[in-house]
Design a protein around this ligand. Structure first.
Ligand SMILES: NC(=O)c1ccc[n+]([C@@H]2O[C@H](COP(=O)([O-])OP(=O)(O)OC[C@H]3O[C@@H](n4cnc5c(N)ncnc54)[C@H](OP(=O)(O)O)[C@@H]3O)[C@@H](O)[C@H]2O)c1
Length: 296
């Protein structure tokens, strides 16, 4: 029987990152009297978004961040949301602002993100922060890509010189991740290829990847036969699939078919318990940096 892939334990690595941040936050409080403040804005009643926000609140508070959450109705007028952001931009006790995405359709997410003070943009989505990352001088890196880089680094997997293939080109995951891993820097320096829905013959790319990162949003789309033997597979996807044996009637699966992939890959992240916990850990770290930046 073939050896199964090593599991990259995102839960454990995220716990270590959170512990480090907790110490830094305690130091910041005792040495400089600063308690970083994070404000989360949740619009509407999407159950998945509500769970994500609750998890972020809990983890940030546990680390020593003061969290305030504004919950706005799904019908909120754009001006109301923009006025709230304007107020937060000018509130010195608020160091980081996170608007939970996706927003209801009538709201223009780009416009909303562009209104966030880029020095408080702990999600790293403001065009100025994306531009700094593209230029090679990152300030805030979007939490999921930053978390993936940490997952690799802390598992002893250096992307330098490796062929990395990213499936998905979203502004939240695929694009910033490609920018991050192609940097001329430590834990980067990879040769990056980004695939998307217009990529013909996905397997011809995935089968060449030393590190394959799937962020498609399509349950079990990447199967073992598409993967290069001995590669590292990072599964970003979080998809609900029906499962009548579970109390909630569904379970979470990734974009990678774990069952077949674990026989081919050298190392793989599980879903849940892989990339997800890292995203929260990096939000804590970004909020700490926002507080540091605010005092120079
Ligand atoms: N673990 C975490 O913390 C975390 C954080 C964020 C997202 N996620 C999960 O990661 C997944 C991706 O999220 P996202 O926000 O990046 O999704 P998204 O905005 O829907 O983007 C999906 C990307 O995948 C591409 N794609 C879709 N189907 C494809 C196919 N069959 N072949 C090739 N490319 C395909 C799309 O191509 P086009 O651009 O051509 O449409 C798009 O670029 C989702 O499951 C999401 O829930 C997890």
């Amino acid at each position: 029987m073939s050896k199964l892939a090593d599991i990259i334990d995102g839960k454990q690595i995220a716990q270590a990152v959170r512990q480090e941040s907790k110490l830094l936050l305690a130091e910041l409080k005792s040495n400089r009297g600063i308690i970083p403040g994070l404000t989360v804005v949740l619009v509407g009643d999407d159950p998945a978004s509500a769970v994500y926000v609750r998890n972020k609140e809990k983890a940030c508070q546990e680390a020593g961040i003061s969290v305030t959450t504004h919950v706005l109705p799904s019908t909120v007028a754009e001006t109301t949301l923009l006025n709230l952001l304007d107020q937060l931009n000018n509130d010195s006790s608020c160091h980081g602002i996170l608007v939970q995405l996706p927003l209801p359709r009538h709201l223009d997410a780009d416009k909303v993100i562009e209104l966030i003070n880029p020095m408080k943009d702990v999600d790293g989505l403001h065009p100025l922060n994306i531009g700094l990352l593209a230029k090679g001088t990152p300030r805030f890196v979007s939490a999921t890509p930053a978390g993936i880089q940490q997952l690799l680094g802390r598992s002893g997997i250096d992307p330098a010189g490796k062929r990395v293939v990213i499936l998905g080109r979203s502004n939240i995951v695929g694009k910033p991740l490609a920018l991050l891993l192609m940097q001329k820097d430590k834990m980067a320096n990879a040769t990056v290829t980004v695939c998307h829905s217009a990529t013909p013959s996905l397997e011809s790319f995935t089968s060449q990847a030393d590190i394959l990162i799937a962020a498609l949003g399509s349950a079990n789309a990447v199967t073992g036969d598409m993967i290069k033997p001995g590669s590292v597979v990072i599964d970003v996807g979080i998809n609900r699939v029906e499962d009548s044996t579970r109390p909630k009637g569904y379970r979470l699966v990734g974009d990678v078919d774990f069952e077949s992939a674990q026989h081919i890959a050298k190392a793989i992240t599980p879903v849940p318990g892989g990339v997800g916990p890292m995203t929260i850990a990096m939000l804590i770290s970004n909020t700490y940096h926002a507080a540091i930046l605010s005092v120079g």
